[in-house]
Design a protein around this ligand. Sequence first.
Ligand code: ZN
Ligand code: ZN
Length: 579
Amino acid sequence: MKTIVLSLSALFFLACTTTPQDRPDNKDFSQAVDKYLQELWDLNPGFAAHMGLSQYDDILKIPNKEARDKDVEFAKKEIAVFENFKDEDLSFSQRTDRDLILNSMKRDIWENETFRSFEWNPMMYNVGGAVSIVLESQKKDLDEKLKALSKKLLKVPQFYQVAKSTINRPTQPHTQLALKQSQGLQKYLSGEVRGLVKKSKLSSREKKTLYQRIDASAEAVRRYATFLKGILANPKSVGGFRDFRLGKELYEDKFKFDLQVSYSPEQLYKKALEAKEDTRSKMFELAIQLYPKYFGEKLPPKDRQKVIQNVIDKISKNHTKPDEFVETVRKQIPELTKFVKDKDLLTLDPKKPLKVRETPQYQRGFAGASVDSPGPFDKARETFYNVTPLENMTKAQKESYLREYNDYTLQILNIHEAIPGHYAQLVYSNKSPSVIKSIFGNGTMIEGWAVYTERMMLESGYGDNSPELWLMYYKWFLRVVTNTIIDYGIHNLGLTEKEAMDLMVNGAFQEKEEARKKWTRATVSQIQLCSYFAGFSEIYDLREQQKAKKGDDFNLKQFHETFLSFGSAPVRSIKKLMR
Ligand code: ZN
Ligand code: ZN
């Protein structure tokens, strides 16, 4: 017995000594990063402003060829610089930073030389974010903000001139959505933004100038919208629409750059198909268990699909009223915060409260709710939970929407978007000492975390293990899985709208209205819809591995806090850092 114990500990000792030790930060690398960032901000003032560097607030980058050439030149130069730093010269955290920089620079070159979305995606030309970032800054008073805005707006007409001359054979869905957003932006400029000038203490002369610039900007946006309308009416004027499906090659490239996961597109697709079957059978078990409660003596139908659908239909009737949607979300946030605290799942910073607000007009059109958080250099700016009120919808559309976001799924939405999902993760990310990880947030890790917290909250007893909540959770998770199946299918297998609708409505029990919106989203985005399932899978597996390894010493809160402490890095890099 004794020999065995001895040899085990000897093995353990060996294992320890062969694990590489972290090194102190390399100063040359840190300097290279500082230099790189300075140039990155100068070349991308909009990105800098979004990250909270308000000295860039008054600059609007003109998206012309000259600017793109400079970007490529910069990327090539920096790749040479950072490829020179080898693993053995860097701390663990710096290795991740180097990989993130290289990935971003290589992606920039690929975007400019191969992907070229600036030609075919008219949605790229939207100054709404550039305007709002100035107005929402906490570092300046209203008058200062408006002065910066005044300078920035001067460039808007030129910005849209360039946009019109750059667009070449756009895709139809991007053109359609760009038109819608431009119309929202026009309203925002001539409504909300104009209103702020009135409230300011600027001199009447300054006000007059600013009004003129706002009006000229709104006019430029209006002309852009007219231009887009013209394209939609007569696509031949720009050489016809191009296919919005990427095809295998571009898809694989973008998958690699955007997800940074350990799976290939085919592997992830297969994983999703398996998860779909597994989730559907769990839903069936829950539906059978719930059947008597909702249908009394009546026997469940033979068809599994119908059993699940019948129970979901009953449960989905529990939902809030259309005009109370935003308020219902607002009320749930403190409840989630309390549960996370009581169950000791994660420390939430009480100094960073989450404010629920109605989504600003120009941002509407995508999802129903999302977190809008400050960048790493603007920690004072508030984090908002943007919730889009149910307006401009028919009565039937509202009912369909509310059935989808019923009393159960709305809780899961709030877990995902707010607490302990995106909101909590972003607070941690901004605390992280690595600027690079804060700015090149890995979407797979970010979405994966949010999806992971849904499962984790339920596993921790949120909702008292109610079978209704679990069933609706699985329906929600099935949507995540289906996102991957659809995204892959559209861009690689020629999946049609009809087939996609069938996968969502029958395969994943989604409401038609929600499914239709998802189809639109899937046609204007690529890969992003896969990030949820890819990230979830990697994080969940990592946790289970750690649990198995640490046994009784495993502490869930500690795991969460360590995992989040590295910032929004790819999960595979965090894995290395946690070792
Ligand atoms: Zn109803
Ligand atoms: Zn999300």
